[in-house]
Design a protein around this ligand. Structure first.
Ligand SMILES: [Fe+2]
Ligand SMILES: [Fe+2]
Length: 181
């Protein structure tokens, strides 16, 4: 498989572990009717810095942007547009989660159901998004590119992917996992 697809799928693997934590966090928030603000901030920071700025950046600024220069099938165009819309939805939802978390802290627990609603929405939206990318879209869409074009994207990916940053994100997920056994 191409390095480009491989890297995006490898990033999904870490995001899937983070989604498992989200599922457990939903249960914990629902049963305790409370949140741990510090852990919450670490959790949200992973979305902003890794899922959005690292991963979505590769997809949108490099892979999807290059695809947009190609004559892709209407079906692939439709899937790509939906994936891009879902990135927007994911960002908006996390924004609402942060807003509700802040309200929860300020108002002493009033906003917990709204908070849960957005966490649940995200937990439904995102695994399916990854599934479409991993099992269908990436492996098909990569065929629109010549080996030279794939190599050029790989080079762009390499610039956005310092190995040390990756290690930091793995450590963050591991520490969250330890708290959600
Ligand atoms: Fe995506
Ligand atoms: Fe993705």
């Amino acid at each position: 498989m191409s390095q480009v697809v491989d890297i995006m799928i490898r990033e999904h693997a870490l995001i899937k572990r983070w989604l498992q934590i989200l599922t457990k966090a939903i249960v914990r928030v629902r049963t305790t009717q409370s949140i741990d603000p510090m852990m919450f901030d670490i959790f949200v920071d992973f979305f902003e810095s890794y899922v959005d700025r690292t991963h979505h950046d590769k997809e949108e600024r490099i892979f999807f942007a290059e695809l947009q220069k190609k004559q892709i099938s209407p079906e692939h165009k439709e899937v790509m547009d939906r994936l891009i819309t879902e990135h927007v939805q994911a960002r908006e939802t996390v924004g609402k989660i942060v807003l509700k978390k802040n309200e929860y802290i300020q108002k002493n627990g009033e906003s917990i159901n709204e908070l849960l609603k957005y966490m649940e929405f995200f937990a439904e939206l995102y695994p399916e998004h990854i599934h479409v990318e991993d099992d269908k879209f990436f492996v098909e869409a990569i065929n629109y590119f010549t080996p030279e074009e794939v190599a050029a994207m790989e080079a762009q990916f390499a610039q956005t992917q310092p190995e040390m940053a990756m290690e930091k994100y793995i450590a963050i997920v591991e520490s969250l996992e330890a708290q959600f056994k």
